[in-house]
Write a protein that binds this ligand. Structure first.
Ligand SMILES: N[C@@H](CCC[C@H](N)C(=O)O)C(=O)O
Length: 291
């Protein structure tokens, strides 16, 4: 099957975007994995499919597959690229669209300066909903909130890693580090991602506080490995920092691929994420039936 695609990136988190508004492609997990493969396919952290929404008052359905082929609930940088894509390809003339994801409806809005702001909805702290299995564990109070101590089994010992646990529609474990440049992202990331306390696996954030309104962040993403930026990871890290009492309500997040600005007023308020969304190129590719 030969398909058209658009390659996009948001703060260096890159995507293959597929227009399924006229025809469903019905790709298999192996085909999504192949498209995301940087050697045999197009190459991307996630594949985003744009579909029409059957729900009233919702403009589109937004389906997200990680580079490993698994479907996931939410993707922040992808949401910004999604909004840029539907506008630039003429699928809508609106600056603000309502988009259904696996974890609910989000609202991206194109700004006059070219960046995109997304209402990502409120963070979720209910542990079974993350999901996080806290059975037999006690939380450790920290600032105004709490952290959970995860035991990791490494070849060099069993470090205990304190993490804040929450969902932005998808699961996140956020730990504070002195310096993101020397943080053990590549060694601890995969161990946290697959830790048995997270039945659906987890995205592992490494957060360096620079000031009350400025942080640095690296994220080992579930199903994709370390990416240059993770939008939901930035939302989760800032929400955790605010709840811990260390950050103000508007924070600039420096990732390896660009700057994201996150705002959260606390409680049940939605999290707003602002950042870039850029089209890189368009193309056509023949997808093998059984890669
Ligand atoms: N890149 C994303 C998150 C994509 C999904 C994530 N890897 C997961 O499995 O939950 C973002 O910008 O939020």
């Amino acid at each position: 099957m030969r398909i058209r695609f658009t390659k996009m990136q948001g703060a260096g988190n890159d995507f293959v975007v597929l227009d399924e508004t006229r025809q469903r492609l019905d790709l298999s997990p192996a085909q999504y994995r192949w498209l995301a493969d940087r050697h045999f396919g197009v190459g991307a952290d996630q594949v985003l499919s744009v579909r029409p929404s059957p729900a009233a008052g919702v403009d589109f359905e937004y389906v997200i597959h990680n580079a490993d082929g698994g479907e996931v609930e939410q993707c922040g940088n992808g949401a910004r690229c999604f909004a840029r894509y539907v506008r630039d390809s003429g699928l809508t003339s609106r600056d603000t669209v309502r988009v259904k994801t696996l974890s609910g409806v989000i609202e991206p809005c194109l700004n006059a300066d070219g960046r995109v702001t997304v209402d990502m909805g409120p963070p979720v702290f209910d542990l079974p909903s993350v999901p996080f299995d806290a059975a037999g564990l006690s939380p450790h109070a920290d600032g105004g909130w709490q952290k959970w101590h995860l035991a990791l089994a490494t070849s060099a010992g069993s470090p205990i890693v304190p993490v804040a646990v929450l969902s932005m529609g998808n699961p996140h474990a956020v730990q504070e580090v002195e310096d993101v440049d020397t943080a053990p992202v590549l060694t601890q990331g995969p161990l946290i991602e697959t830790h048995s306390r997270f039945p659906k696996r987890v995205n592992a954030g490494f957060l360096q506080m620079v000031g009350r309104s400025h942080v640095r962040l690296r994220v080992w993403e579930r199903g994709a490995g370390e990416t240059l930026a993770c939008g939901t990871g930035a939302c989760a890290a800032v929400v955790a920092g605010i709840r811990l009492g260390r950050l103000d309500s508007r924070v600039d997040v420096q990732t390896r691929g660009g700057l994201l600005t996150i705002e959260w007023a606390g409680g049940d308020a939605p999290v707003f994420m602002t950042g870039p969304a850029v089209t890189v190129f368009e193309g056509e590719i023949e997808i093998p039936e059984q890669p």
